[in-house]
Ligand binder design. Structure first.
Ligand SMILES: [Zn+2]
Length: 432
């Protein structure tokens, strides 16, 4: 079957897909559409009349094609690049606007949902996502969020917690740079050593488990994958990764990791980026390469651990036959035709595996919260910098000022609640 060949309407697979897709949602765990809104519109959606999400856009994602693609649940990715261009050497003590930039990504998705509330529904739990699809008469698509890299929490577990409060349901441990939590696959490709998960990263995984924030292992190094699988108390997610056995890219999932994912109960959502699907000796990448990667996961570890994480709008173009969000049904039907899977198995691949992992993370979180409070530790290399005048502020208890290592930068004093340089002018001012 050529990649351009459609499964003809009226065939058995076609009829069975039509019936199955009314009962079970297609779930995509990674779509970068919010980044297009950042880069091309600076988030000015309502003042850009040419932008209409309910009509055909020229990118990969819009409502028309999401409906055609039978998408039931969409994780929109909130992605901001690593801090500096030199991805092999990042200074995480440099002040950064990355949390602002991530909040804007979250905000634009919430606005998109609000402006299309007939078509989209923002959901907070796996049950809400499934209910959104299965509600009698509902045609709404469930929308939720992922953050693509712990560099976007800018060192702070407090930010992890607040992203969760804002509706983010997974965080990828790294993007294409190491951070204080973990080693990235691209750093290993770039020649750095694979240090895996750090001590602080371990604490972060525990906090994510406690929150019910899915731990996403796309983009991380091989050792980080192994370390997390030895640490996490909840099933893991690969939000957009393909298999290393078929495409030897450092960020694809090796077979030893796949076997551990089976034990862990996690899910690998196959990425449609042609670079991560291309098999040796093949000139062009088609929908059948995605089928091959899915089959590899299924043949090695079964139908309970595979899903879709397209990377649409984060890639220049999809494979032939898998060009945009309208094409998921073609992929489902081709996998079905190639494997002769049961309806239950196909439903799991379409999205029920992801919803199961999400739900299990919620259950682990509920259990952990009974016995564990928030993890309140900090990165041990974080610099805490204050003005000299802060020393004049009241001490919490005797000796509190001596507990933590701070740096003090100047000799400013605090007058009338503002910083002054201590000159006589200031003294005069203070009397008023
Ligand atoms: Zn990515």
């Amino acid at each position: 079957m050529d990649a351009h060949t459609q499964i003809p309407p009226g065939t058995d697979i076609e009829r069975r897909f039509e019936a199955l897709s009314k009962r079970f949602p297609i779930v995509d765990t990674h779509n970068d559409f919010p980044y297009a809104l950042r880069m091309q519109l600076h988030y000015e959606l309502s003042s850009t009349p040419q932008f209409d999400f309910d009509s055909l856009l020229t990118s990969h994602t819009d409502l028309v094609r999401m409906r055609e693609g039978r998408i039931g649940v969409q994780f929109f990715s909130c992605w901001i690049e690593c801090k500096t261009d030199d991805i092999l050497s990042q200074d995480f003590n440099q002040p950064s606007s990355i949390v602002r930039d991530t909040l804007e990504q979250i905000d634009v998705v919430r606005r998109l949902v609000d402006e299309h509330s007939g078509a989209l529904r923002f959901v907070h739990t796996a049950d809400e996502a499934l209910a959104c699809f299965q509600d009698q008469g509902s045609t709404q698509i469930a929308i939720t969020l992922g953050v693509e890299g712990l560099h976007q929490v800018d060192l702070s577990l407090g930010v992890v917690r607040q992203y969760h409060a804002l509706g983010v349901r997974y965080i990828t441990l790294t993007h294409n740079c190491d951070n204080p939590f973990a080693t990235a696959a691209s750093s290993v490709t770039g020649g750095l050593s694979d240090r895996g998960l750090t001590v602080y990263g371990r604490e972060c995984v525990r906090e994510m488990n406690r929150l019910g924030m899915m731990v996403d292992l796309s983009h991380v190094s091989h050792k980080t994958m192994l370390d997390v699988l030895a640490t996490t108390q909840a099933p893991v997610l690969f939000s957009h990764s393909s298999t290393y056995a078929l495409t030897a890219h450092e960020r694809n999932v090796r077979d030893d990791v796949l076997l551990l994912v089976k034990k862990n109960g996690g899910v690998v959502c196959i990425n449609f980026f042609p670079e991560f699907l291309q098999q040796r000796g093949r000139a062009r990448v088609t929908i059948d390469d995605a089928v091959a990667h899915i089959r590899h996961v299924v043949e090695l570890i079964g139908w309970d651990h595979v899903g879709f994480g397209s990377d649409f709008d984060g890639i220049p173009q999809g494979p032939v036959g898998l060009e945009d969000v309208s094409k998921y049904p073609d992929l489902v039907k081709r996998v079905w035709a190639a494997t002769g899977a049961s309806e239950e198995q196909v439903a799991k691949m379409m999205g029920m595996n992801v919803l199961r992992v999400w739900k299990q993370c919620e259950l682990v979180a509920a259990r952990m919260r009974q016995t564990h409070g928030p993890v309140d530790s900090n990165w041990d290399q974080r610099r805490w910098v204050f003005h000299e005048y802060c020393k004049e502020l009241p001490e919490l208890f005797p000796g509190a000022f001596g507990l933590k290592q701070n740096e003090y930068t100047d000799t400013q004093t605090l007058v009338n609640g503002t910083a002054h340089d201590g000159s006589e002018d200031d003294a005069a001012h203070a009397k008023n």
